[in-house]
Ligand binder design. Structure first.
Ligand code: SF4
Length: 284
């Protein structure tokens, strides 16, 4: 299977992303986010490892895709997870792109991304930083940089004029559904676009969350198991709750004049097709 593949999120009709390629320089991820959906389909996900002959293979694959392709790094791992410090596969891949016309979208939670600012300035790229919670960050994403480090990363990227958006997701009732508004206040000066989505329960991530936050077991069992809605292979909050929650965040984003999109929420009112992943910020 090629390392560089057309992005195809389970052929889901809910996905409104523009056409793009997806690349994961590593298999698995060391950020250990409890809610991670990739653990349900990638074996030993929390034992991240390098990909065999990654640089040699990707150097060839990159010559085979059309000019000006959009490449998303990464959809099933973090390209700046701890392994990147040692192996630098992401950095070396980006260096390969310097003389191409491809567009790059980087999705990360890590301040390690700042190491490569000088490379970003030479590429057509945008960065998306995921920020979830100030209060529960270390429990929720035990291997990832802190809330403060992510906010600082966002500020530096913005000051350096690197196009940057924020993923405020997943929103998990009880954890960050209230806090998300404070976070939005804090980031509003540094971001032009946000993408939000609610937590979609899968058996393994649901169990991890309950183990870490037993105080919410009753609430989540009610909202997801008893009243939730099965869409595809995941259980969503029911439509009424999703709508009310997303509408409140949307209204606040409007106040700040921040462009807004949702990710696979199955709510037409809040879809922003082709803009949902923040790649529209990439300079042409
Ligand atoms: S950073 Fe992304 S891929 Fe890595 S564990 Fe967290 S949610 Fe999963």
């Amino acid at each position: 299977m090629p390392y560089l593949q057309p992005f195809d999120p389970w052929k889901s009709s809910l996905c409104t992303c523009p056409p793009k390629y997806s690349l994961n320089p590593y298999t698995g991820c060391g950020h250990h986010c409890l809610y991670c959906y990739a653990t349900s389909f990638i074996k030993n996900f929390y034992s991240p490892r390098i990909k065999k002959d990654f640089l040699k293979i990707i150097e060839k694959e990159i010559t085979k895709i059309p000019k000006e392709s959009l490449i998303s790094l990464s959809n099933s791992s973090d390209p700046y997870q701890p392994l990147e410090k040692k192996y630098q596969f992401t950095r070396k891949f980006l260096e390969m792109l310097k003389n191409t016309s491809h567009k790059i979208l980087i999705i990360t939670k890590s301040n390690l991304v700042l190491r490569d600012i000088e490379i970003f300035k030479k590429l057509k790229c945008a960065i998306s930083i995921t920020i979830t919670s100030k209060k529960f960050c270390s429990l929720l994403e035990p291997g990832a940089p802190s809330y403060r480090e992510r906010i600082d990363t966002l500020k530096i990227l913005s000051q350096e004029k690197i196009p940057v958006s924020v993923r405020l997701d997943p929103i998990i009732p009880g954890i960050n559904d209230m806090e998300i508004f404070e976070i939005l206040d804090e980031i509003s000066n540094f971001v032009k676009h946000i993408t939000i989505s609610t937590y979609k329960a899968k058996p393994d991530s649901f169990k991890r969350l309950i183990n870490a936050f037993p105080q919410y077991e009753e609430l989540w069992t009610k909202l997801y198991i008893k009243e939730g809605e099965k869409i595809g292979k995941a259980i969503y909050l029911n439509q009424q709750i999703r709508f009310a929650l997303i509408n409140k965040i949307y209204q606040k984003a409007q106040l700040y004049n921040i462009s807004f999109a949702t990710c696979r929420e199955a709510l037409k009112d809040f879809e922003n097709p082709q803009k949902c992943d923040g790649s529209f910020l990439i300079p042409t």
